[in-house]
Each structure stands twice: as C-alpha cells, then as structure tokens.
Design a protein. Structure first.
Length: 216
C-alpha cells in the first residue's frame, strides 16, 4: 500500500505528524507501506528570499484574537513536542523562508531513498536550530547530512531544476481538496488530516491495507 504525506517544512504540526507517523509504522511493521512525501506551501506567495520571522508572524496573527490563537497553538506545540522527542524553539527562528527549494530538495532525496532523513534534517534545522531553510547554502549542507551529495545539490539549487514539477504536484493536491497539512492519503482512497496520534494513523494503515488501491 502507498501513503502520500502532504506537508510543508515550516509547518510545526508536520514535524509532530512525522514523528507520530514514525511511531505508527513501528506499530504496523508487519504491513509493507510505501511512504511518499508530497509538497505543499503554506504561503506560496512569499518572496523567494523569505521575510524576517517576527515581522511575518506579527502580520499573519495581527489583532488580539489572532495573537491569542497563535499563543495557544505555540503553547500546545511546546508541550506536545517533548513526548515526540521534539524541542520547538520558536524564539530562535529568524527567517520565514519560501519553501520551494526545500521541496525540491525533498524531491531529490526521495529519488535516492533518503526522504525521512531529509525531512527530519529540515524540520530540525528550522524549528530547533533556527536556521534559514530557504538559504541554498544551508540546504546543500543539510542535504549532505541526510546522505545526498552536497556539492551536486548546491549546483542543482542554482538552477530551476524541478521547480515546475513541484508546483504542478502541489497544485494537484490542492485540486484534490487539500487545504491544510499534514494530510495523509491512504492508497488514494481516503485521507486523514492533522498531526494525529500514532494509534490513529496505525488504525488508518490497517484499514487501508484491506481495501484495494485507487487506480487511474
């Protein structure tokens, strides 16, 4: 069976969701599952150079109600993170990057079977280390850490290789109705949205394996 995980690398729920997915796979180790990471940009309009994080978040969550909502969300993430082995350090984030290049990197990592490692490196760099994952030098370094060739990655990032493919893939999932991430699509038949607990995801795997995959 195949599971598509639609996510963005600057989505804290997606990192939490990845850790829950890892645990779900341990609970269902007897089932063969192909996990495919799919791109989704929470803000596809963001300039390629990104924006200072505090300015961006201040504008996004302007007003008392929105600000309170963000604080509650942040508090929840910081409390839920340790159980999943995550330490969110939002105060250390300096830039809100455009994630198109990060998604290109994920695509290349997938071609070499290094997607989980690449995703983990990107999430940790952004949310724990406060690094700018829109910076091509940072991305090339992280690629090397995840098992890719850093020099080749740097050369590819200097081109527009696979930009169109990433945009088209994202548009495909938007047209399917994906509007929030993470979203897990099981065998092309049904979806589970949000950073669900591992047990919920494991149950979805068991349900999906009983059904034939959707074919074109």
């Amino acid at each position: 069976m195949t599971v598509d995980i639609v996510s963005d690398l600057v989505c804290p729920w997606c990192w939490l969701g990845k850790r829950h997915w890892d645990e779900a796979r341990k609970l269902t180790a007897e089932i063969e599952v192909e996990t495919v990471w799919r791109p989704f940009q929470l803000d596809p309009t963001l300039a390629r150079e990104g924006r200072p994080y505090k300015d961006y978040m201040r504008e996004k969550f302007s007003g008392a109600e929105a600000s309170g909502r963000w604080k509650a969300m942040r508090d929840h993430l910081e409390q839920a993170g340790p159980a999943a082995g995550i330490e969110f350090r939002f105060d250390d984030i300096t830039m809100r990057p455009n994630t198109l290049n990060a998604h290109r990197l994920m695509r290349w990592a997938g071609g070499q079977g290094e997607t989980p490692e690449m995703a983990e490196a990107l999430f940790a760099a952004f949310f724990n280390q406060g690094r700018d994952i829109g910076d091509t030098a940072v991305l090339a370094e992280l690629a090397g850490q995840a098992g890719l060739d850093a020099a080749v990655t740097a050369d590819l990032l200097a081109t527009d290789r696979d930009e169109k493919a990433v945009w088209e893939e994202e548009l495909f999932y938007r047209k399917l109705g994906v509007s929030g991430v993470p979203t897990y699509i099981f065998n092309g038949r049904f979806a589970v949205s949000g950073a669900q607990e591992a047990a919920v995801l494991a149950d979805a795997i068991r349900q999906a394996v009983k059904e034939p995959a959707e074919t074109e």
